[in-house]
Design a protein around this ligand. Structure first.
Ligand code: ZN
Length: 437
């Protein structure tokens, strides 16, 4: 996962800004650098959080439909005009999670066909890297923030990230937002001292990578600064809460009285980082992570207690997968460390991982939800894993696996793994997982 904070001044697009663009040289160069970073990452989907689409006070808005056209005709530049296909599967998974966790969301085609400038301006630069000007080479999801509390914005961000994990997308998230609009007397909204104060506070948080600190910015400063980015920044913080963030702050400018901050966030999932570090140390030294090596990991890994499955792939092929249904260690940190070593060295289906293979391995960590009894009708191979049991024989299959496309298939494989005949009278349990990749 990668994430970006980008502004959206139409004037940064040469077809609109003309020579004015020379006055925001740093912003233009940073846009180009961030866009190059996105193009190199080559996402399947770009999620854009923009405050200039339809926006509601009390609900998040997600553009519905097959796609929309984006250009800056409103700002005098009808070209380039790009067709953006929407990632409806991802949009629908976000909506489903919102409904499940009671986060208010409006998923509607109203206003969906016209892609707003908060989305168009950053993507203009991205498309230029791809040398694509009529149809975008990736799909997009367009989400508007709401004026709900910071806590709800943060939760919504997390649901977006979970939805990306559930549908298995290679995705980037852009929080599109300008900073204060009140930086200069001769700017569009005049000057207020809270303007520069807000911009300084926000850019400090970007530079630190501790994005949860956005919510510590003084509320009055935030309110008075006349910015449009803050709600989206808090959503981004929520989306990245399971990740180690390495920020690359590119630039800040306020030439026209409006603040433009640009930052790239490289993100590594904490669970995945931990599994990788644990197996690598064991393969190289037979030792386990301890003391200082574990000090960087966040507290939530020490507070949580759950079964964990670690699966390892090499060049797309399974290379080991071992897990626990119920926790066997004091916390998820220890559980993940131990199971990563097991997956790499004790899966009876595979040889032990060797040191030379380590750079090629990819890790998935599934944190188990509690299993519950279920009937066949209550299964869904995408959402639920399954456990089948007859006496002491037991077979388990994780949810949402490549190549498993029906409940029947899921049950058949689980039975085979447990040495159970599909015609036996077996008990079924289902469980959910939080998948980390
Ligand atoms: Zn704006």
């Amino acid at each position: 996962m990668r994430a970006y904070i980008l502004p959206h001044p139409p004037i940064a697009v040469p077809e609109v800004g003309g020579d004015e663009i020379l006055k925001i040289d740093a912003t233009e160069k940073s846009f180009a650098k961030a866009a190059k970073d996105i193009a190199e990452y080559d996402p399947e989907t770009v999620v854009v959080i923009s405050p200039h689409n339809i926006m509601f006070k009390d609900a998040f808005y997600i553009a519905k439909g097959p796609g929309g056209v984006g250009n800056l005709a409103r700002f005098g530049a009808p070209d380039p005009s790009v067709y953006y296909e929407y990632d409806t599967e991802l949009s629908e998974e976000i909506v489903r999670l919102c409904e499940e966790f009671k986060v208010p969301v409006a998923y509607s085609p109203e206003g969906s066909e016209t892609v707003d400038h908060g989305t168009v301006v950053p993507l203009y630069y991205v498309n230029r890297e791809y040398k694509s000007d009529k149809k975008s080479p990736y799909k997009i999801v367009r989400i508007s923030p709401s004026l709900l509390s910071d806590a709800v914005l943060y939760d919504m961000g997390y649901l977006i990230e979970r939805a990306i994990a559930h549908v298995g997308r290679r995705a980037v998230i852009i929080a599109s937002g300008d900073l204060s609009h009140k930086l200069k007397e001769d700017g569009p909204y005049g000057f207020i001292k809270e303007g520069p104060q807000f911009d300084e506070a926000v850019t400090e948080v970007m530079k630190s990578g501790r994005l949860e600190d956005f919510t510590n910015i003084d509320k009055d400063v935030n309110d008075l600064s006349a910015n449009c980015g803050y709600p989206g920044f808090v959503m981004l913080a929520g989306a990245l809460q399971d990740y180690k963030i390495t920020p690359e702050f590119l630039s800040y400018e306020g030439t026209f009285g409006v603040g433009y901050g640009i930052c790239i966030f490289k993100c590594e999932n904490w669970y995945v980082r931990l599994a990788k570090a644990s197996l690598e140390k064991f393969v190289k030294t037979l030792g386990k992570l301890a003391g200082e090596e574990l000090s960087e990991y966040p507290d939530f890994l020490r507070k949580e207690k759950a079964g964990v499955f670690v699966c390892i792939k090499k060049r797309g092929q399974l290379r080991g997968c071992i897990g626990t249904i119920l926790p066997t260690y004091d916390d998820t940190l220890e559980e993940t460390c131990a199971l990563a070593i097991s997956a790499g060295t004790a899966d009876p289906r595979f040889d032990k991982v060797t040191e030379s293979e380590l750079p090629e391995l990819e890790y998935t960590v599934d944190v188990m939800g509690a299993p519950e009894p279920a009937t066949k009708d209550e299964l869904d191979e995408k959402r639920y894993g399954v456990i089948v049991t007859v006496g002491r024989r037991r077979g388990l299959l994780l949810p949402n696996l490549e190549g498993v496309d029906s409940v029947d298939e899921q049950l058949e494989i689980s039975c085979r793994k447990g040495g159970i005949s599909p015609f036996e009278d077996y008990e079924i349990e289902r469980f959910m997982v939080e998948r980390h990749t």
